[in-house]
Ligand binder design. Structure first.
Ligand SMILES: [Zn+2]
Length: 557
């Protein structure tokens, strides 16, 4: 007698939801549980009770979420999406020590293919296999009972109500412990999968729709050149270099034990360059820092702001300057939308580019032609009162730091050549990172050399967008929410080089502008200081946020 195949009993839809909730709140949240476990050294009864209470709460809250969003038509797909979110978040949190908050989300949305390629690794494939493919395959194949629609809605909402009640009960019972843990360890709230992603994407979408609905707000409409350059005197050229992921701690000029900035040191020794040793960034990632640096709002107002404003470049252009943005990275994040701009990624210079990525010197290669183009386009109109060029570097963009230096400039060896940084000895990561800083030193010195050859007053201001963690406190890369970010991610280098003609043009005393480098400054100072450097007058200018205010006053006297 052959046994008749037993038909698998279809699942009750709510049971299936509970299984998914159980997976997500336990295995789907391993980094969170690891972090909570690591909070206390004594793992006594109280710790266990706390963890169990927290576990029940997470399970109940996840159940509420699933009951509200997972419905029959997209049940299978929805489950897969949630499994993927939990696994991918867990991988990035445990590999790089990042957390998932709105700015990290914005960064992820803007990430391009080249950056994703830098993040791919075998361990990532293993995590996705165990966290998505295996449970996803099981989830996909389970038969489910068809309940009448109204009955299912009633039952699912009923379960949600019970789960809400359980959540509230646990929160109430363990409120003291929970509240103090959450207060002392703010990053925990951004570790809870998949709520972190749901929260961050909602914030992002709401913010972006609010911005999209509003017209662009003009700023600095009264901007004019403080004085018009006479026909005899050539107009000034200012280069702003927006650095990437360079932290002050590894910058030779900032007192780092290793000489990562030998060429800038020479310029400093000859009295042409000043280094600002106490500079704090606006954000901890490119997505926040770059627009914030060029905004008139300053860090605190910028973080709250949903209104689309013009920026520093619009104001300079309005005053009559030519403005050009050269990008060797993932774009200007909206800053260059209304000024001339060019991306280097289409260039296939065999000496400087490979795999759609170019070394930063490519920008110097194209700069003369782009400036000539800008001049030609404006030929019919008024002559420029001056020119401002922004060069947006690839800099120390990680985790593949070793890709940022040409082969013949790798002074510090051996280099970490993996993008899973934990796989490398700490020193190898630092070696690869320091080589990239040394290449920025070379790039900046090359820029100065080029500027010196121009027959006009020239200046170069270098400022990094944010720092980087290289394994300190178990953290890698950057992007921690600003309030809890370690200094490695927010203390950035800034340097100013002024040509002799530029110093006379500005009328600044050398000891004056060089002594300004000792001030504590932030990204908030960039907007107002560049206005002064470019000699643009507007009522927007705030002297207390202008690092050169003292020198300008002295020059007037
Ligand atoms: Zn950046």
């Amino acid at each position: 007698m052959t046994p008749t195949p037993v038909a698998r009993r279809p699942w009750h839809p709510l049971h299936l939801l509970l299984i998914l909730a159980l997976w997500l709140s336990t295995l789907g949240n391993l980094p969170l549980w690891g972090a909570l476990w690591g909070l206390t050294e004594t793992h006594g009864l109280r710790t266990w009770l706390g963890l169990i209470g927290f576990g029940v709460m997470v399970l109940a809250a996840t159940t509420v979420l699933l009951c509200l969003v997972v419905w029959p038509r997209w049940r299978k797909v929805g489950g897969l999406v949630l499994l993927t979110i939990a696994a991918a978040n867990s991988y990035f949190m445990s590999t790089y020590g990042v957390v998932i908050d709105p700015t990290m989300m914005a960064n992820t949305v803007q990430t391009d293919v080249r950056e994703v390629r830098d993040l791919l690794s075998w361990s990532m494939l293993v995590v996705l296999g165990l966290g998505v493919v295996l449970p996803g395959w099981w989830w996909w194949r389970q038969p489910v009972q068809q309940l009448p629609a109204l009955r299912l809605v009633g039952k699912q909402l009923g379960l949600a109500a019970v789960a809400v009640l359980v959540t509230l009960l646990v929160v109430w019972a363990s409120f003291q412990d929970l509240a103090s843990t959450m207060r002392n360890h703010k990053s925990l709230r951004y570790m809870l999968n998949p709520f972190n992603t749901v929260y961050a994407s909602t914030r992002l979408v709401v913010g972006q729709t609010a911005q999209a609905r509003m017209p662009l707000q003009s700023i600095g409409q009264d901007a004019v050149m403080a004085r018009t350059a006479g026909a005899a005197s050539p107009s000034p050229l200012i280069v702003l270099v927006v650095g990437e992921t360079v932290r002050a701690a590894n910058f030779g000029l900032g007192g780092y034990a290793r000489d990562t900035t030998p060429q800038l040191r020479q310029l400093q020794a000859s009295g042409e360059l000043g280094y600002f040793s106490d500079v704090t960034s606006c954000g901890t990632n490119t997505q926040v820092s770059v627009p914030c640096m060029f905004s008139h709002l300053g860090r605190e107002a910028y973080a709250q702001n949903d209104v689309p404003y013009e920026n520093l470049l619009d104001v300079l252009q309005r005053a009559g300057m030519h403005v050009l943005w050269l990008d060797n990275q993932s774009g200007c994040k909206g800053v260059c939308d209304r000024v001339a701009h060019a991306e280097t990624r289409e260039l296939k210079d065999p000496a400087l580019c490979a795999d759609d990525e170019c070394l930063d010197e490519i920008m110097l290669r194209v700069l003369p032609a782009k400036l000539a183009e800008l001049q030609a386009q404006a030929a019919g109109g008024r002559p420029a009162a001056g020119t401002v060029v922004v060069m947006h570097q690839m800099g120390n963009h990680g985790p593949a730091y070793y890709k940022r230096t040409p082969k013949d400039m790798k002074v510090f060896q051996p280099e970490c050549r993996s993008n899973v940084l934990q796989d490398c000895p700490a020193q190898d990561i630092v070696n690869a990172y320091d080589n990239a800083v040394r290449y920025t030193d070379h790039f900046l010195a090359q820029t100065v050399t080029w500027l010196k050859a121009q027959k006009r007053p020239t200046a170069m201001l270098y400022l990094s967008d944010h720092g980087e963690s290289l394994g300190e406190k178990g953290l890698y890369l950057h992007g921690m929410p600003f309030v809890m970010a370690p200094k490695e991610q927010t203390h950035v280098p800034m340097a100013l080089w002024l040509s002799q003609p530029m110093q006379s043009h500005l009328g600044w005393d050398k000891t004056c502008w060089q002594s300004q480098t000792r001030q504590a400054v932030t990204h908030d100072h960039l907007f107002h200081s560049v206005l002064t450097l470019a000699q643009v007058k507007t009522s927007l200018h705030q002297p207390q946020l202008d690092v050169f205010a003292a020198c300008t006053n002295a020059a007037r006297r």
